[in-house]
Design a protein around this ligand. Structure first.
Ligand SMILES: [Fe+2]
Ligand SMILES: [Fe+2]
Length: 318
């Protein structure tokens, strides 16, 4: 079996979060979102997120957890089921406003915007709860044989919607992400090139927005000084720090929002390494606070530099 059940479900969450980010960027733009993109969004959310991903949980994972002793009527599964239901109510609004807008009805855009933001916020919070709480809990109580049964159940749900369901909807999600304006980011720099540039910097980056929500981190696929999980995206930064450092986090953010501080820096020893951690307020050209950038850098080698090197050394691949 190639992937574990939780990897399959987490992958659905990640793909959906990428779709959310693309649509959020387009809805925040001054010009209206492309209609074909909204038509695809409606299909993806209705037919895959609710019509397939949620079904994998409701028809396969949750019943198996119930059989292992987790009640359906109370506790985490009851919360998850309730959120699925609340999601469906909001999704119905997204689908109706989205279909109207995609069919040419401009007046449907404000309703779409409101419904989409509410739906995306609920889903992101839900994905975070599942990824960081329910799935780890479930992996502790399920046996390897349970896990294999769940993978087979997930595949059966996908197959019931036709051959290659997952690949088909992941391709649709990619079309949604690629469409629109993200590709024009940074004066002609392709989005993927920009991401690769950021991942090449000798500094790990994390960004939280003006609502203190984690929006981005670099170097996802590689050894990181401070590992981050994609489940953190969309969650409040206060949830990602231990309670004892919360007051410090809030104080830095308050200072940045008030324009009272340009940087907050720390350095610490991690084994033989000296790690430099800095926080920077990020503002637009008018000075409006957009969020906070964290840079994390291993400065051990830099601190050792002496004299000069002006000639090329032998090639080295890190
Ligand atoms: Fe769920
Ligand atoms: Fe889920």
């Amino acid at each position: 079996m190639d992937q574990q059940w939780d990897e399959l479900l987490r992958q659905d969450h990640e793909v959906t979060e990428r779709v959310f980010a693309a649509i959020e960027a387009n809805l925040a733009s001054a010009s209206p979102p492309p209609r074909p993109q909204i038509a695809r969004l409606v299909a993806f959310l209705r037919d895959y997120v609710d019509g397939c991903h949620n079904q994998k949980e409701e028809r396969v994972l949750f019943p198996r957890l119930q059989a292992c002793g987790m009640p359906l009527e109370a506790g985490p599964i009851a919360v998850m089921l309730d959120e699925h239901e609340r999601g469906r109510v909001l999704l119905a609004e997204v689908v109706s406003a989205g279909a109207a807008y995609a069919a040419g009805e401009d007046a449907a855009l404000p309703g779409l915007r409101t419904a989409f933001h509410a739906y995306a916020a609920l889903c992101k919070d839900h994905f975070w709860k599942e990824g960081d709480i329910l799935y780890p809990m479930a992996t502790r109580i399920l046996t390897p044989a349970d896990g294999e049964d769940i993978v087979r159940g997930i595949e059966a749900v996908e197959d019931s919607l036709g051959a290659g369901t997952r690949a088909r909807y992941y391709a649709l999600a990619q079309e949604i992400v690629d469409e629109g304006r993200l590709a024009d980011l940074a004066h002609g720099l392709d989005r993927d090139v920009l991401a690769a540039i950021l991942n090449t910097l000798p500094v790990e980056l994390s960004f939280i927005d003006d609502q203190d929500r984690v929006r981005y981190f670099s170097h996802e696929h590689g050894a990181k000084i401070f590992p981050r999980s994609r489940g953190a995206i969309g969650t409040a930064v206060q949830n990602c720090h231990p309670p004892k450092s919360l007051h410090l986090v809030n104080r830095i953010l308050d200072d940045f929002k008030a324009g009272a501080r340009d940087v907050a820096e720390f350095w610490l020893d991690m084994g033989p390494r000296k790690v430099h951690v800095r926080y920077w307020p990020v503002c637009d050209r008018s000075g409006r606070y957009l969020g906070t950038l964290e840079t994390v850098q291993d400065v051990t080698g830099i601190r050792r530099l002496e004299g000069e090197r002006r000639l090329l050394d032998a090639p080295a691949v890190a």
